[in-house]
Write a protein that binds this ligand. Structure first.
Ligand SMILES: Cc1cc2nc3c(=O)[nH]c(=O)nc-3n(C[C@H](O)[C@H](O)[C@H](O)COP(=O)(O)OP(=O)(O)OC[C@H]3O[C@@H](n4cnc5c(N)ncnc54)[C@H](O)[C@@H]3O)c2cc1C
Length: 281
């Protein structure tokens, strides 16, 4: 196997175009597992780890935090992400162990595109935008168009995810997940809720309960039509419970080795109602 350690983005993009079976590697926390189990056998690996431009957190545009695809979770847990996108910092803190968080990245979570990826519900709830580059072009894709199925996305072979833009929302946001134990666990069900106090809206996205992350547009619309969602409003236990049930009704879980569909639905209902109550405490 040939390993190309790129120091510049153009070096990686050139190598990617030249090698049809090449695989990109950032932290390696997903890809090396696949290789160790012989699920994939690339003859060329292109390491992105030494490309500094992929490891920056920038606030160049007003109201947007742009996070490089190679920024590890251990950085995402801290400022400025902690204050600007607290749900993302919270999701990052739930990923694996300190060792995994020192290596794993948003680019890798998007590259794998599992419905259990912890940062993806945050991207869906915040309408994040994904930047993709080839050697001679670039495009920006909404997260809603990026993920197309279980471990499937619109990314083409010669494209590298360079950064992810997160709108900075004034209000409250949080991420919660349920797993089979408290740490080092892939989620059985997860939820990100964003309360936009300025626009009096709530957005909610679910992980591990469908082939893609699910945005609960109907539950969101019901809540907006029936309740005050501005700053200072309060949400009763009954409303939160009904919202949780409506969010769970939009999920599409399956039975598998980690859980049953019925338990996943119940977990979503509890997570969604708890997050909503927290947002309006
Ligand atoms: C013990 C353990 C625990 C884990 N726990 C969790 C958990 O709790 N939650 C969770 O969500 N995940 C978990 N994971 C999975 C993994 O850590 C994450 O998905 C992580 O985000 C992967 O990032 P990476 O940089 O290591 O990706 P890599 O392994 O380097 O790459 C993953 C995939 O993305 C592609 N890729 C990487 N970077 C780019 C890029 N810039 N552009 C295009 N494609 C790219 C690669 O080609 C590959 O297909 C765990 C893994 C392990 C081994």
């Amino acid at each position: 196997m040939t390993v190309i350690v790129a120091k510049e983005l153009t070096t990686a993009l050139t190598a990617l175009r030249e090698h049809a079976d090449a695989r990109l590697i950032q932290g390696g926390t997903d890809l090396m597992v696949e290789i160790n189990f012989n699920h994939v056998k690339p003859t060329t690996m292109i390491s992105l780890r030494d490309i500094d431009s992929l490891r920056t957190v920038r606030r160049d545009q007003p109201g947007i935090l742009s996070i490089g695809s190679g920024v590890p979770y251990s950085i995402i847990e801290e400022e400025p992400v902690l204050s600007d996108i607290p749900a993302l910092a919270q999701a990052a803190r739930t990923v694996g162990s300190p060792q995994i968080r020192a290596a794993g990245s948003l680019g890798g979570n998007l590259g794998t595109c599992s419905p259990a990826g912890d940062t993806l519900p945050v991207m869906f709830a915040l309408d994040a935008m994904i930047h993709l580059n080839t050697l001679d072009s670039s495009r920006v894709v909404s997260i809603h168009d990026f993920m197309t199925g279980v471990k499937r996305s619109v990314r083409q072979h010669d494209e590298i995810i360079t950064s992810i833009d997160f709108p900075i929302v004034k209000g409250w946001q949080g991420y919660s997940k349920v797993g089979v134990r408290n740490a080092m666990v892939i989620s059985v069900a997860s939820t990100c809720l964003v309360a936009d106090h300025q626009n009096a809206t709530v957005r909610i996205a679910l992980g591990s309960v469908g082939p893609t992350i699910i945005r609960c547009r109907e539950a969101e619309a019901w809540l907006k039509a029936n309740h005050d969602l501005s700053a200072g409003a309060s949400i009763s236990l009954d409303i939160a419970g009904e919202f949780g049930k409506r969010a769970a009704a939009e999920s599409s879980p399956i039975d598998d080795h980690r859980s049953t569909a019925a338990y996943r639905r119940h977990a979503i209902s509890v997570l969604a109602s708890r997050l909503l109550r927290k947002a309006y405490q």
